[in-house]
Design a protein around this ligand. Structure first.
Ligand code: SF4
Ligand code: SF4
Length: 55
């Protein structure tokens, strides 16, 4: 998952991931990519479209 620079770390994406793979830190997002199901729910949930899938 690619996080664009305008991410505001609101936590919206972390809240919707069905597998709890997103960790929001102060100035970064940590994705547990290994277990990501590429369902893209997090991408759709982002209010500023800051997430992009690598696939
Ligand atoms: S929902 Fe979007 S703006 Fe909010 S933390 Fe996730 S990627 Fe960043
Ligand atoms: S694509 Fe789906 S499984 Fe992967 S981090 Fe986003 S919400 Fe979670």
């Amino acid at each position: 998952m690619i996080v664009k620079e305008f991410c505001m770390y609101c936590g919206e994406c972390a809240g919707v991931c069905p597998h709890n793979l997103i960790e929001v830190r102060e100035n970064s997002l940590k994705f547990n990519d290994k277990d990501c199901k590429i369902c893209k729910i997090c991408i759709q949930a982002c209010p500023v479209k800051a997430l992009k899938s690598e696939e």
